[in-house]
Write a protein that binds this ligand. Sequence first.
Ligand SMILES: Cc1ncc(COP(=O)(O)O)c(C=O)c1O
Length: 366
Amino acid sequence: MEIIPAFDITRQYQTLRHELDEVFARVMAGGSYILGEEVKTFEKEFAEYCGASYAIGVASGTDALILSLLACGVGAGDEVIAPSHTAVATIAAVELTGARPVLVDIDLARYTLDPEQIAHAITERTRAIIPVHLYGCPADMNPILEMAAKKKITVIEDASQAHGASIRGTRVGSLSEIAAFSFYPTKNLGAFGDGGAVVTNDPALAEKVQLLRQYGWKQRYISQIKGMNSRLDELQAGFLRVKLRHLEEWNQRRRHLASLYIDLLSGSDVTLPPQPADVEPVFHQFVIRHPKRDAFRETLRAQGIHTLIHYPHPVHLQPGYVNLGLGRGNLPNSEKAADEVLSLPMYPELTEDEVRRVADACLKFS
Ligand SMILES: Cc1ncc(COP(=O)(O)O)c(C=O)c1O
């Protein structure tokens, strides 16, 4: 039986091998391996792609969040509102700045922060809100931005799963003051190791992130402020430049495969992914929901179809975050999502026949 893997990044590598080999040879021979010309050029190209003025390459998506928070002045004594149904990195980043994460529930129709729940969670200590554009679908930004503007709270997009997604033609990364991206290998734009970027239109924030990512240096060996080491290396930037040229075509392909899944599965007992009006998603994951998720998943596995769960445990129920004081029942939508979501195979190199095989297997479950 042919296995359909949940993801397979080697298929993409095979199609780009020659271009990537050229990057490898060029960077190796160039003798500059960290924060050089490849990084500078990638930063320009990625900012342009996001429709923003600045992109700053950093070591990971988690660091991109930490640096964004620090650049916005978030620290001890502050509260930061974020969803519990997210990659734990979103919350880990908040904790690492010394601020307190305030976890709120999601809107199940979208899997992103519920603006009404945010309104209840705002206090005078709230310094920032982190909407996560989960699975490639932008969060409901308009009400969030309006509320934040009224209360003078910073909005930091976690765009790690949504490179290229947009709301009414404006791409994530330029919807709010500052945004964090991850280039983890399986992302829509993924490196061959760790990488991330902070994207902003604000020159002061861009400069602050640039200082923070390298010891506070404007000039070598003189720290203007206290900083850290979170640099993007030349090889990853060179590889990302190659992949960025294909990102639009890959996102288009993901949308095409998603609409095929939707056609084949509509009318079944599977809850299909959100399709909010005015939004162009990029289907980082194709996530369905089923009340008997674990049995459903087993049935697929028995037919050679591998799936993943993003994410099986909301952050507020994980042992590392008991300090947040939220137990089961506090965030019911996040808990329901964790119990029922299933990510079907989704990557640009997936074939239509494979999508049909997955859909057939889904339809066989009763
Ligand atoms: C929503 C979200 N935020 C943050 C991150 C952290 O990115 P990284 O793994 O590059 O640190 C990820 C990726 O894992 C993510 O999916």
